[in-house]
Design a protein around this ligand. Sequence first.
Ligand SMILES: *Cc1c(COP(=O)(O)O)cnc(C)c1O
Length: 398
Amino acid sequence: MSDLQERAQALDTADELAPLRGLFTLDDTVYLDGNSLGALPRHVPARLQEVLTREWGELRIRSWDESGWWTAPERIGDRIAPIVGAAPGQIVVGDSTSVNVFKAVVAASRLAPEGRDEILVDASTFPTDGYIAASAARMTGHRIVPVDPADVPGALGTRSAAVLLNHVDYRSGRLHDLPGLTAAVHAAGAVAVWDLCHSAGALPVGLDAHGVDLAVGCTYKYLNGGPGAPAYLYVAERHQAAFDSPLPGWTSHADPFAMTPGYAPADGAVRGRVGTPDILSMLALEASLDVWEGVRIDAVRAKSLALTDFFLECVTAYAPEGRVASVTPAAHAERGSQVALRCEDAEPVMRALIARGVVGDLRRPDVLRFGFTPLYVGFADAERAARVLADVLSGPAA
Ligand SMILES: *Cc1c(COP(=O)(O)O)cnc(C)c1O
């Protein structure tokens, strides 16, 4: 056994989160794509079977009430709340992240002081956020200002209405300064909207502590909710009374079953709902959140940083000189829970890696992305991934 293999073994032995791996359905591949689709917790299929057989199959319409279907969006929001540092009553689950970006950006522009006409958007954002923000801006008469997150403080001014930022960049894995940037947005009198897709479940977010106004995030990445699991919307309590949804569907009505022609918004997080909740996906998500029972997000963060440090160390030790270069910041304060390596022939390299049981992700044209999900990835996985990568990079196939 090499030095690094011995260290991996010792790190796994000392890891307090290691037992959680047993809660997931995994095989002997090294799964480093949990930041695209989290693994399946073992107990979820049985729970879904029960939902199908008992709640849908036998109780049918009664389940909206008797099985708690109707209130699932707020109930599950409250299960996500501690993971992102929010007090109960501020998060509602439903719709996709894309749809929630739309709700949040339009609502933010309506919360902002009168007469401001600019919406600042992370210039390197995940495409859907940029597309939707641009459409929202067209509809509300705002102008989009693309800006690198680090340059936000300098770009803010008296014309800034809202700012849409990513907590962690999906490509590079860069962690942005949520507390500092939120404070800068507030100092300029604007409204801060954060996208937590690549941070929730991987590191502390502190929505309440840092005074975030609105936030969105998806649940099928680090939260393991399953493919297409519904996203969530956070509206800080102080904004709820003024939150004016651009999609005021009937399930966000104060009295939905009165079926009145006029709209009157519900109080609280419910106001962020739109239409009938997607119950099957939602209840799969709810069950999957059981794995967080007793897990401290600080412990998750500590392990995530140790894993990405160790993986980078193994890559440096094993990989042929000059074949890959990390684009993920080395500083812990600027790193999410992934390592992105620039590699000229990333596409064939990732294909070869997957064929050899190391599943990462390709971000075209030249980025190899490895997501580290601390609940079920260990140090031996990191070492093996780096070893196989080095082997692929040295071989003729790539
Ligand atoms: C994954 C991700 C999305 C996904 O949006 P969907 O509507 O679920 O397809 C959006 N934004 C960011 C930043 C993401 O990382």
